[in-house]
Design a protein around this ligand. Structure first.
Ligand code: CTP
Ligand code: CA
Length: 238
């Protein structure tokens, strides 16, 4: 795999990738979710595994075909999670001795302030229903703040930006806020990015500098991202 001559260039890495989208329950039968398929996260996990890394995939509601593919990857450990809170606990656990953490999952920013014990009934709520939501903790920022030397923390940001400049501006503010080493940016609309096989990304470092770009299949973007991670590791500390 990858663009390097050495097919096992990640053999020293212990990689944790989160993928998919978390779901926040409202009542026993309903949830707030998002449209992340888990395809990009799986592609990264798969590429890293094929390049010799030890890989754990923390999987939040992957699309069925993506989950099936994940189960078929040799040596890939899959840890299923449901909510953002469960994802946070699982990440803290499996990332404890990781050398590389990639947060590709779409994590719910808010959860229901109260989860109804019984199915919410229209007769009880009337013509309008207001849901009260509370903020979830930022898993990526937490992992970045707690990381030891030698661990790289990579985030993803899908933004509905008008153009590349706006995308970069949003990304620079976000990477600074999160304290991540690298942030993978992509523009999304109603159809791009989510669930589609192809993607187009710009990767920036913690200082907001563009370190690389990639277009193509999610697998080729995964390999390019892993190349950029290795290049970033090799760079002298600024
Ligand atoms: N993320 C996280 N925990 C959260 C929210 C997001 O770890 N509670 C991670 C995502 O997995 C992703 C990165 O942070 O790697 C950026 O997610 P994004 O939703 O773009 O950032 P937010 O800070 O939530 O900003 P926004 O208001 O744009 O949603
Ligand atoms: Ca968010």
């Amino acid at each position: 795999g990858g663009t390097d001559a050495d097919p096992d260039d990640l053999r020293a890495e212990r990689v944790v990738v989160s993928a998919g989208g978390t779901r926040e329950p409202l009542d026993p039968v309903r949830f707030l979710g998002n449209r992340s398929s888990g395809r990009q996260g799986l592609a990264i996990a798969q590429a890293a595994a094929e390049r010799g890394a030890e890989v754990v995939l923390v999987a939040a509601h992957l699309d069925a075909d993506v989950a099936a593919e994940a189960a078929a990857v040799d040596g890939l450990r899959v840890v299923p999670v449901g909510t953002a809170a469960e994802l946070a606990v699982a990440m803290k656990d499996v990332a404890a001795d990781a050398t590389l953490v990639v947060m590709a999952a779409a994590v719910a920013d808010y959860r229901a302030a109260e989860i109804a014990e019984h199915k919410i009934k229209k007769d009880d709520t009337g013509d309008e229903l207001t849901l009260r939501l509370v903020r979830n903790p930022d898993v990526l920022a937490g992992l970045a703040a707690a990381r030891m030397p030698g661990r790289l923390v990579v985030g993803f940001a899908a933004e509905t930006a008008a153009d590349r400049e706006e995308l970069l501006a949003l990304g620079r503010a976000k990477v600074a806020r999160k304290g991540a080493d690298l942030l993978v940016l992509n523009r999304v609309g109603w159809t791009d990015g989510f669930g589609t096989p192809d993607n187009e990304v710009v990767v920036i470092d913690g200082a907001g500098e563009v370190v690389g770009e990639a277009t193509g299949s999610k697998r080729s973007i995964a390999d390019r991202l892993l190349d950029l991670v290795l290049a970033h590791r090799a760079e002298p500390v600024r």
